[in-house]
Design a protein around this ligand. Structure first.
Ligand SMILES: [Fe+2]
Ligand SMILES: [Fe+2]
Length: 186
């Protein structure tokens, strides 16, 4: 029967969107480095830590999808990253951007799930479940952080205290996470 290894035109829509999602995840990773470096430069080490760690998680998400594509014999070229924002004025802008980005990724995965279902790709649909769950947590985390920044009313040292106390580094390997291509880094 037909193989997926015959080039782009033979990709299912689901696989095409999944390859796009590799780009979105790498872009998110890159964006989070920019955000972390900005906080680092402002001597806000806790906020910097959260975003450096988040960046590694996004890289892992990309590499989970790469693993899935490899295991599914889908031929693909590794995508690059989209442009990111680096021109920030105040802390709130960075956290608001992070929240926006997480909401977009949630929309991406919901679309992927719809397409997998339309194409009767049950394996694909099942692969997405962990990501959909993960997005609930990531949106909630950024939404909390934005609330805290707003409540701190410009006192970023209060935000640092909150982050140190309530957003500790997650011990790696979230339950049931798909495997990455190569070592996972978060
Ligand atoms: Fe992600
Ligand atoms: Fe994320």
């Amino acid at each position: 029967m037909t193989s997926n290894k015959t080039g782009d035109s033979s990709h299912s829509k689901f696989h095409r969107l999944l390859i796009d999602q590799v780009r979105h995840e790498f872009t998110a990773s890159h964006q989070y480095v920019a955000i972390a470096a900005w906080f680092d430069d402002q001597d806000l080490p806790q906020l910097a830590r959260v975003f450096y760690e988040q960046s590694l998680e996004e890289r892992d998400h990309a590499m989970m999808i790469v693993r899935y594509l490899l295991d599914s014999d889908v031929t693909f070229a590794l995508p690059g990253v989209d442009d990111i924002e680096t021109d920030f004025a105040v802390a709130r802008d960075l956290v608001a951007l992070a929240l926006r980005q997480e909401r977009e990724v949630t929309d991406n995965f919901q679309r992927l799930a719809r397409v997998a279902r339309d194409e009767d790709d049950y394996t694909g649909e099942q692969f997405l479940q962990w990501f959909i769950q993960e997005q609930v947590e990531e949106v909630a985390k950024m939404s909390t952080l934005l609330n805290v920044v707003d409540r701190a009313n410009g006192n970023l040292f209060d935000v640092e205290t909150f982050v140190a106390r309530d957003m500790p580094s997650e011990d790696n390997g979230s339950q049931g996470a798909p495997g990455t291509a190569g070592p996972s880094v978060s």
